[in-house]
Ligand binder design. Structure first.
Ligand code: KG4
Ligand code: ZN
Length: 383
């Protein structure tokens, strides 16, 4: 099989990204234009602004990805683009541009599920390291700003198939990081900020009750299919966010939060010292305890699922997989269970287009191309 160069395009949320990947196993270029500065004053992603920023960035970002790969538009074999899930208007910018390119260049177009992309970020980097052996069954925890999902991943010939065995009932884990950071006046996006501050607090000081999730007994439901008997491993993170809010109210922390918000908003790019200077001991302990509670919950549910399904390999991917405590905890606990765990490198944990180009490669081999009339799907499921 000759080398195949796929240009990937990703615009599902607040990053405009393009990348060139060779044959699903070699990252050639990877460009990510972040919109953090645009959304920061609003404390979260503003969908209209995201679409506008993607429109501004898409052409230069794709050009740069091709230039850094020493490729021209003509010398790529296919164009892959994120179809969903994500913000509809944001997705449409990438999709319309990818369609126009494939139409003009007469190249195949491949539609990729963003969540499948996160899983293939791990596969891409493992292949790049020369690790082509993968023990099945594989369990993938995709944990990001929009998703906290557990998938069983299977390979059938060249194609991959996925079965969801758990998801969040309310907020995603990354969303909880972002909302708690906003609530504490720390700014946006919250995950990386909390990650850096947490080691400076005592993670055992505030006890958060574990999330209570009621599972329906599917076996008793009339007409339930055999597969409905499978155990579920769902998550819930809106409770912990409310618990942080209650703690803040109960301890009258609002005035110090307001002054922190003011002080930090006056600094263009706050450093760790700036955050630490504005946080008292009680706040540091609250942040550390919050992170510990989320990480412990993610780990214990994932390991329970791994045991229930007799998993041979674990993947942890998505923006929250960049978290230092999460990585250390999963590495420690998985080693105790004799379960190999793989993460993407930090740049490929958060949104990027290399993962989209990598996920497109098996579809390229299988001839799974998208018709020119396909469209964005904001809630696209992964199967
Ligand atoms: O995968 P991603 O870039 O976009 C989505 O698909 O959502 O994930 C972004 C999410 C945000 O919620 C962000 O706060 C979180 O990932 N995140 C982190 C870290 N880096 C990014 N959360 C915890 N620790 C981090 N180091
Ligand atoms: Zn993502």
């Amino acid at each position: 099989m000759p080398d195949t160069y796929i240009l990937g395009i990703e615009t599902s949320c607040d990053e405009t990204a393009a990348a060139v990947v060779r044959s699903g196993e070699q990252l050639i270029s990877n460009i990510v234009a972040s919109q953090i500065a645009t959304h920061q004053p609003f404390g979260g992603v503003v969908p209209e602004l995201a679409s506008r920023e993607h429109l501004r960035a898409i052409v230069p970002v794709v050009r740069q990805a091709l230039a850094e790969a020493n490729r021209t538009y003509d010398s790529v074999d296919a164009i892959a683009v994120t179809q969903g899930p994500g913000l509809a208007g944001a997705l449409l910018v990438g999709i319309s541009y990818a369609k126009a390119l494939t139409f003009v260049l007469q190249k195949p177009l491949i539609a990729v599920n963003h969540l499948e992309g996160h899983i293939h970020a791990v596969l891409l980097e493992e292949r790049q390291k020369g690790n082509h052996e993968l023990q099945f069954p594989v369990l993938a925890l995709v944990v990001s700003g929009g998703h906290t999902h557990l998938y069983l991943a299977e390979k059938k010939n060249e194609s991959w198939a996925y079965r969801n065995i758990g998801h969040t009932r309310d907020d995603a884990a990354g969303e909880a990081f972002d909302k708690v950071a906003k609530l504490l006046g720390l700014g946006y996006p919250g995950g990386p900020i909390i990650d850096r501050i947490a080691p400076h607090g005592d993670a055992n000081s505030v006890k958060f009750p574990p999330a209570q999730i009621k599972h329906q007994d599917r076996r008793k439901k009339k007409g339930a299919k055999a597969s409905d008997d499978s155990p579920r491993f769902d998550f819930s993170y809106s409770g912990i966010k409310t618990a942080v809010l209650r703690y803040v109210e109960h301890h009258n922390m609002q005035p110090s939060i307001e002054s922190r918000r003011k002080a930090l908003s006056a600094i263009t790019k706050p450093k760790l010292e700036d955050y630490l200077q504005t946080c008292d001991r009680q706040t540091l302990d609250l942040i550390a305890s919050f992170q510990r509670a989320v990480v412990t919950d993610l780990m214990s549910k994932t390991l329970s699922a791994a045991r229930a399904y007799d998993i041979a390999t674990l993947f942890v991917t998505g923006g929250v997989a960049a978290n230092s405590e999460l990585r250390a905890t999963f590495e420690r606990q998985s080693a105790q269970e004799g379960l190999p765990v793989y993460f993407p490198s930090r740049p490929l944990s958060t949104d990027n287009a290399a993962m989209i180009a990598a996920a497109a490669y098996p579809k390229f081999l299988a001839g799974q191309f998208a018709p020119l009339d396909f469209s964005a799907e904001a809630s696209l499921a992964l199967r």
